[in-house]
Design a protein around this ligand. Structure first.
Ligand code: 5GP
Length: 206
């Protein structure tokens, strides 16, 4: 599917710093919008329905799947997550750039639908550092952390299927890398042709 807007998918194992990086990127880049996913998991802490996620029950989620309302959906850590068509189609059609913060399964599904989607994987610098970050967050029990570390091995192994890989050792460096990927994508011939179709047409460029 071709759209004037660029589509970025950022995936990472839990604790690699994906959410903080995407949040910082959005603050710096007013041309980028984040897509709000649907999930069956319970809201955490300060999360607000419609802001971090659309929180729905499993019956509603399944009905949306059956009605073909999702571009992609996946089960992650025992809950369902999905990107609804409504969340991104209008923006992409209108030439806005959209970032999806989703897991690797969703990112690979998106790439099949949108061949111009740019897949970015955030890696931790080491397993030890990932473990320390999960502990430092203080959000999860030891059992949950152990489960996340096990899942992280499967997730990290998927990085090879992504277009870009960013190692988040130092936050500022990783943010610079992320900005660079977004900027370079916007300068690609096909992206420029989509975004600046009138200029291209007036210059006789197909
Ligand atoms: P959390 O519950 O910690 O917010 O998210 C758990 C995982 O689900 C994260 O890797 C997050 O990026 C991923 N996720 C969030 N929304 C979606 C979505 O719409 N689709 C998919 N496939 N994964 C998602």
């Amino acid at each position: 599917m071709e759209t004037p807007g660029n589509l970025f998918c950022v995936a990472a194992p839990s604790g690699a710093g994906k959410s903080s990086l995407v949040k910082a990127l959005l603050e710096l880049d007013s041309r980028l919008a984040v897509s709000v996913s649907h999930t069956t998991r319970q809201p955490r802490g300060q999360e607000v329905d419609g802001r971090e996620y659309h929180f729905v029950d499993e019956a509603r989620f399944r009905a949306m799947v059956d009605a073909g309302e999702f571009f992609e959906h996946a089960q992650v850590h025992g809950n369902f997550y999905g990107t609804s068509r409504r969340a991104i189609q209008t923006r992409l059609d209108g030439g806005e750039d959209v970032v999806l913060e989703i897991d690797w399964q969703g990112a690979l599904q998106i790439k099949k639908l949108f061949s111009h989607a740019v897949l970015i994987f955030i890696l931790p610098p080491s397993w030890e550092e990932l473990m320390q970050r999960l502990n430092r967050r203080g959000e999860d029990s030891a059992d949950v952390i152990a489960q996340r570390m096990t899942n992280a091995r499967t997730e990290v192994a998927q990085a090879r299927h992504f277009d870009y890989v960013i190692v988040n050792a130092l936050f500022e460096t990783a943010l610079f890398d992320l900005k660079t990927v977004v900027h370079s994508q916007r300068l690609k011939y096909a992206a420029q042709r989509r975004a600046k179709s009138q200029v291209f047409a007036s210059l006789g460029l197909g």
